[in-house]
Design a protein around this ligand. Structure first.
Ligand code: IPE
Ligand code: IPE
Ligand code: MG
Length: 247
């Protein structure tokens, strides 16, 4: 498959001083990338998996604190079974691969309800979380069966249970308490969302955590996304005036 193999290219653009603490990637365009080559969509997911690894490694290299990757949404279950099985196979292969590099400082945290996944995948995901829980060089959030609305619904249910038990009054619920009931509890909100593939939407990705994020869209399809392209997004981000409602 030399035709599709990826070279680790040198990054020539200089990095800006001001970097985001938390970057969110909506890894979109795998299907179109494969279609353009007359290949099945699953092939695009395999290539997208390679891009994920390179971009994650690059984020660690340049000292980013947290990075979130949208792997599979609560809405993606509506896709054909064969494609879903392909995506699960890419996850399985990666989860086995990553076992060889548990000591590189990366902590993995899965965002979403893992219960619909096959038992072997759930075990692999849970094991990776436990095996890397002491690492803190880079936090990698993997959004799997994730939906921002589902995450907020879950937070509402947990807080409602506390109210029912008399531990909390409804008027005592604060924004901080809601944040503390999300999968990303204790970590910074997303500063920069990057979505390739030409689509300009959030598609239910970290909707609470992105309330004040900056957005960077590009037509490049995810399998073609490079560290060089990430640098462009970072330069763009560094030039933005973030006011958070102030002046
Ligand atoms: C993103 O690529 C990966 C997942 C949603 C799992 P797509 O599969 O959505 O690719 P396009 O958007 O159809 O090209
Ligand atoms: C968002 O991409 C989900 C992931 C990247 C995992 P989609 O391709 O599912 O989003 P829509 O359907 O274009 O909004
Ligand atoms: Mg898509």
């Amino acid at each position: 498959m030399a035709l599709f193999s990826k070279k680790e290219e040198t990054v020539t653009t200089a990095l800006p001083e001001k970097l985001p603490r938390h970057i969110g990637f909506i890894m979109d365009g795998n299907g179109r990338w494969a279609k353009k080559r007359g290949m099945p969509r699953s092939f695009g997911h395999i290539e997208g998996g390679k891009t994920f690894k390179r971009i994650k490694n690059y984020c660690q290299e340049i000292g980013i604190e947290c990075v979130s990757f949208y792997v599979f949404s609560t809405e993606n279950w509506s896709r054909p079974q064969v494609e879903i099985a392909g995506i699960m196979q890419v996850m399985r292969t990666y989860l086995d691969d990553v076992q060889k590099e548990l000591d590189n400082g990366v902590r993995f945290i899965f965002l979403g309800d893992l219960s619909p996944y096959p038992e072997d995948l759930r075990t692999r995901m849970r094991k990776l979380e436990v095996d890397t829980e002491k690492n803190d060089d880079l936090i990698v959030f993997m959004a799997v069966n994730y939906g921002g609305r589902a995450e907020l619904t879950r937070a509402a249910q947990q807080l409602a249970a506390d109210v029912k038990e008399g531990k909390l009054q409804p008027e005592e619920i604060t924004e901080q308490m809601i944040s503390d009931h999300l999968y990303t509890k204790g970590y910074p909100d997303v500063d920069l969302v990057i979505r390739p593939s030409g689509e300009q939407r959030l598609s239910n990705f970290l909707i609470w955590q992105c309330a004040y994020a900056e957005y960077y869209f590009t037509d490049i399809l995810w399998p073609d996304f490079t560290p060089e392209e990430l640098n462009k997004a970072l330069i763009d981000f560094a030039g933005r005036g973030r006011r958070f409602g102030g002046v």
